[in-house]
Design a protein around this ligand. Structure first.
Ligand SMILES: Nc1nc2c(ncn2[C@@H]2O[C@H](COP(=O)(O)OP(=O)(O)OP(=O)(O)O)[C@@H](O)[C@H]2O)c(=O)[nH]1
Ligand SMILES: [Mg+2]
Length: 508
């Protein structure tokens, strides 16, 4: 309608120009309007007003709904492999987790022992038997390449990244670091630490983008697939679903001769032989490679997970590993009839490796709570992305950065000292904490004493660093892969976060 009038406005120059308000001029009825034109115009104006009122009403309603609906934002933080994504799976249950489920299906394939088998048994150290393993398992290497191609997004270089660690990268102490134990700087002044650069782990971009960081250059063992890429679609059963019995077509992927399952099935006996080989175990021990802490769960289950008609169990899904790239948001609501029903949760799961940490800070702005995970079993391990840094030390320094952040001063913090099952097993197998952390001294090397020691150290750091001295820090000793125990802890954490947030917004 405005278009229709504009030329007429321009044409009645004398009268229109005398009106100083250009909007009023534009809205004046056209001159010489016939009664019929006037009737049409008025009808059109009335319709436009009704439409405008409807829009105003909708805007007001959605604003009211937004205010009524409480949204709680939780950020999962911690170094890579600390268990953030595993906690997210637990937090949300399996029912509504299509995304995470398909993530883990992928990861089961990816974290099959393809790379791991080769890593410890280097060709140079191999006797005739090792050479034979290498040859007989070669189809797995080809399969790995095929899977990478299948899962990666050709448009996105990051998702094509699947490379290999230098042979001793997982061992501690790393090459060039002698046999000296790590600096205990994260727990106070070190007595016998060799001089080496302080770990670069502060949250600001400088840490991750340090030009000397080996991360961007050194290849890693792990295949990471972008959570946004198309690979999930490739793996969904829908894509390769069993077809009709009556048409004589394939019943399922297991009947497709090109499906990876056949290579896995054929290689299963050799994989089992290799995994049980005492000399291989000894070599892994010498190299301090603890496959039992990562893909070991699947290596113990080779026969089951390589079966042609294998379906992952909940536990398989929970134990599967796929490195997170970027930040993944997951939303869900508690049932309306539950105590805090109607609250919408938004959980942000971040990638924890050093180059990924620069993506964290924008999420600090309006977050309500943080669950920080520190894997305390990792006291004798180094970061995959920087083998000069002890994992526990990195966790502690990261904890300091998070707890001292002014942006997060009023945010509830829950600390999960995670992987307690692995810590217990490690200590029981005779690994001594004081050997890796001299400041631990001659305290008892049992699980109770060690875990309490870590708990008190992390709490002390929080008290020391926090800009908000009245903030309470809730600490849990967790093994997030243990469904039964974690269920209780998660419920407890939900209540703590909800109560804290509702209190602070004065809703209770
Ligand atoms: N035994 C044991 N394994 C765990 C525990 N928590 C996590 N894991 C395993 O550790 C691996 C890494 O866990 P993720 O949840 O992928 O780690 P993340 O923190 O999300 O790592 P990024 O995505 O790289 O930041 C997975 O294979 C998990 O199954 C635990 O408490 N005990
Ligand atoms: Mg993750």
């Amino acid at each position: 309608m405005a278009n229709r009038r504009r030329p007429q406005v321009a044409s009645v120059t004398g009268r229109r120009r005398s009106i100083s308000d250009p909007l009023a001029a534009a809205l004046l009825p056209p001159p010489n309007e016939t009664p019929e034109q006037r009737e049409n115009r008025l009808r059109e104006e009335e319709d436009a007003k009704k439409r405008s009122d409807r829009i105003d009403k909708m805007i007001k309603e959605s604003e009211r709904e937004r205010r009524r609906k409480k949204v709680i934002k939780v950020l999962l933080l911690g170094q890579s492999e600390s268990g953030k994504s595993t906690t997210l799976k637990r937090e949300c249950g399996f029912d509504d987790l299509d995304d995470v489920y398909s993530t883990e299906v992928a990861s089961i394939v990816i974290s099959s022992p393809i790379s791991s088998h080769n890593r410890p048994v280097s060709a140079s150290a191999a006797g005739p038997d090792y050479e034979s393993y290498h040859r007989r398992l070669a189809p797995l290497m080809e399969l790995e390449l095929r899977l990478i191609q299948l899962l990666s997004d050709p448009e996105d270089n990051d998702t094509r990244e699947a490379t290999h660690l230098p042979p001793d990268a997982l061992a501690y102490p790393p090459r060039g670091y002698g046999s000296t134990p790590p600096s205990s700087s994260a727990f106070g002044p070190s007595t016998s630490a060799p001089s080496r650069p302080a770990p670069r782990i502060s949250i600001p971009p400088t840490a991750a983008s340090s030009p000397t960081s080996p991360t961007s250059l050194s290849p890693t063992t792990e295949l990471s697939v972008s959570t946004t890429s198309t690979w999930k679609r490739v793996l969904t059963l829908g894509n390769r679903s069993p077809k009709s019995e009556h048409t004589g077509e394939l019943q399922g992927w297991w009947e497709d001769p090109h499906d990876p399952v056949h290579i896995l099935y054929r290689c299963a006996p050799v994989m089992t032989e290799l995994w049980r080989d005492k000399r291989v175990r000894a070599r892994l021990g010498e190299k301090r490679i603890r496959l039992e802490e990562s893909s070991g769960f699947y290596l113990d289950e080779i026969q089951r997970v390589t079966a042609k008609m294998y379906f992952p169990t909940d536990e398989d899904v929970l134990k599967a590993r796929l490195k997170t790239n970027g930040v993944v948001e997951h939303s869900f609501s508690l049932p309306k009839n539950s105590e805090f029903g109607g609250v919408e949760w938004k959980i942000y799961d971040v990638g924890g490796s050093r180059p990924q940490r620069r993506a964290w800070e924008p999420y600090f702005d309006d977050v309500n709570a943080i669950i920080f995970l520190a894997p305390i079993s990792a006291f004798d391990q180094v970061l995959a992305e920087d083998p000069s840094v002890n994992r526990l030390e990195d966790s502690m320094l990261l904890w300091q950065s998070v707890t001292s952040s002014k942006l997060l001063a009023n945010v509830n913090i829950v600390l999960f000292l995670n992987k307690c099952d692995l810590l217990k097993r490690k200590l029981e197998s005779g690994v001594r904490l004081s050997h890796h952390m001299p400041s631990y001294g001659d305290r008892l090397n049992d699980y109770e004493t060690v875990s309490n020691y870590f708990r008190s150290k992390f709490i002390a750091q929080h008290h020391l660093c926090t800009p908000n001295k009245s903030r309470e820090c809730f600490v849990h000793l967790t093994s997030v892969t243990d469904s039964r125990k974690t269920h209780l802890i998660i419920n407890n954490v939900r209540d703590i976060i909800l109560t804290g947030n509702l209190k602070s917004s004065q809703l209770i």
